[in-house]
Design a binder for this molecule. Structure first.
Ligand code: PRP
Ligand code: URA
Length: 228
């Protein structure tokens, strides 16, 4: 079995490890997550299967990303007795980066059906790989919320950096990015621009090719999810 040495290093720092000088990055090594990842990487996986595996994987990543959310105690009356239960202490906001981020939202929303969903539209220029922001619909203030930025791919990091910038401009103070596949270039860009943003991912791949696609990656996430 081969293990990506970068992943191994992150794994060996512990579940919520912090590499020296880098933002908190969690690589979810759960065997089920890694099996779903392998399925969406495979070039022969058709869109309907790609969607199904991405939904499952998004849910597993979200469970890890929300592991330390604060809760408040509430009284719960069971059919037998009054007991104590939990409720999230702060509002939860999911922000998919259009388009491909919508593919993570489908897996996550059933777990948090009352989450607010805000949207940021960013598209990479195919020639330059630079991000072009074309849409935003964010709540008036995000300062009290736990914000989860969703995008399957963290490649150059341009899109994620721009999205995090917009979220902070709207007041966000606690941002976690959930991405399926990341790479050292994207992580470094986020570390430079947004060292306070935690990142939860299923893989840190080896790098980018000359078209700024992640290698080995999974290809164009939006095209594969939407069948375009
Ligand atoms: C993809 C992907 C990310 C971005 C990552 O979106 O979903 O948003 O590229 O690349 P980066 O880290 O270099 O910015 P794309 O621009 O292809 O748009 P789409 O989601 O509409 O397909
Ligand atoms: N966007 C994708 O969809 N895939 C990549 O590998 C890079 C950017």
């Amino acid at each position: 079995m081969t293990v990506n040495p970068v992943v191994e290093n992150f794994a060996s720092t512990g579940k919520r490890g912090r590499m020296p000088g880098m933002q908190p990055v969690v690589v979810v090594q759960h065997p089920l997550a890694q099996c779903h990842l392998a399925a969406i990487r495979a070039v022969g996986t058709p869109s309907h299967e790609f969607r199904r595996h991405l939904n499952h994987l998004a849910r597993l990543l979200f469970l890890e990303a929300t592991r330390e959310l604060p809760v408040r105690e509430i009284d719960v009356q069971t059919p037998l007795k009054q007991t104590v239960g939990s409720q999230l202490a702060r509002p939860l906001v999911c922000v998919p980066i259009l388009r491909a981020g919508l593919g993570l939202l489908d897996g996550i929303l059933p777990l948090v059906p009352d989450a607010v969903v805000a949207h940021v539209g960013i598209r990479r220029n195919e020639e330059t790989a630079l991000p072009h922001a074309y849409y935003a619909n964010l709540p008036a203030s995000l300062s009290n919320a736990d914000v989860f930025l969703l995008d399957p791919m963290l490649a150059t990091g341009g899109s994620a950096c721009e999205a995090a910038r917009q979220l902070k401009e709207a007041g966000a103070m606690r941002i976690t990015m959930i991405c399926v596949v990341s790479c050292p270039e994207g992580l470094a860009a986020m570390e430079r621009a947004h060292p306070d943003v935690a990142i939860v991912t299923a893989a840190i791949d080896s790098g980018l090719n000359d078209k700024c696609y992640i290698v080995p990656g999974l290809g164009d996430a939006g095209d594969r999810y939407f069948g375009t």
